[in-house]
Design a protein around this ligand. Structure first.
Ligand code: PBE
Length: 266
């Protein structure tokens, strides 16, 4: 086994997530930029974390598409591979994006969405509990109860409504399950009749651009969702970051001897 190259040991696979994810597209770009023999295997966020957990349990090598904030960095000892060519970009921010006329039609909801802002630590605390098996709505409710200071900033200057409908779309990425459920519950507590719809990344962006949904809190910019933003730029309103200090890249368990994406070319 020790005679096998790393590529042979992992079957030349980088374990990706859904094909629409920006991190998968960036990984494919890295394969080209670094001239690697690897393939990015698409699956889902859940399948990727399952494969990661299995590999770590068996002390096996694995290369995954990774992002922060995510509970995997708290649960496992992982390291990002250095990316000297910058295939994965730099610091990312998660933006709130609304359909163009939301401000005109629903200025109160627009205000709350615009004021939604939290930290990677906040998001991680929600994700960790959900990963431990707690119900996401209960975790979101608890987080809101424990963080009334933040929530009151988000709802500052807004009033309660009586069952007005609002729709949010999101992708089943752990980070976005957390954020969408928290802001969804805040809107519900303000009297909105909230629908959260889980879709793939492309349809999520298309839905907010067409106005089929009112907003998303899952737009990773400037790099991860650059292509989606370029496509829909003039059909959506960008309310700016709801979280700063995000990142995407390739990650491996800390027990692996490589440190850079360049090491995969050897
Ligand atoms: N992610 C999480 C997404 C954005 C949120 C990094 C997996 C992606 O498009 O890659």
């Amino acid at each position: 086994n020790s005679e096998k190259t790393l590529g042979q040991q992992v079957d030349y696979k980088i374990i990706g997530i859904d094909a629409g994810a920006g991190v998968v597209q960036a990984a494919e770009k890295a394969v080209e930029d670094y001239d690697l023999d690897f393939k990015v295997q698409t699956s889902s966020g859940a399948a990727m974390t399952q494969a990661l957990g299995d590999a770590i349990e068996n002390n096996k090598p694995i290369i995954i598409t990774a992002w922060t904030p995510h509970w995997k960095f708290a649960k496992y000892d992982l390291k990002y591979l250095d990316d000297p060519k910058g295939s994965f970009g730099g610091e990312e921010k998660i933006h709130t994006i609304t359909r163009l006329k939301l401000k005109e039609d629903m200025s109160n909801a627009h205000k709350i969405l615009d004021q939604f802002y939290w930290t990677p630590e906040d998001m991680e605390s929600v994700m960790l509990k959900v990963n431990e098996g707690e119900n996401v709505v209960e975790v979101a409710t608890q987080w809101i109860n424990d963080n009334q200071d933040k929530v009151s900033e988000w709802t500052d200057g807004a009033h309660k409504v009586d069952g007005e409908k609002i729709k949010l779309a999101y992708v089943a990425w752990d980070s976005e399950i957390a954020s969408t459920n928290v802001i969804g519950k805040v809107l519900e507590d303000m009297g909105y009749n909230v629908t959260l719809t889980q879709v793939e990344a492309g349809p999520m962006w298309a839905a907010v651009a067409s106005g089929d949904v009112d907003a998303i809190v899952a737009a990773w910019l400037p790099g991860t969702h650059e292509k989606y933003m370029a496509d829909y730029n003039d059909q959506v309103e960008d309310l700016g970051p709801n979280l700063e200090g995000a990142k995407i890249g390739l990650a491996v368990p800390a027990y692996m001897k490589i440190d850079s994406i360049e090491d995969l070319a050897k």
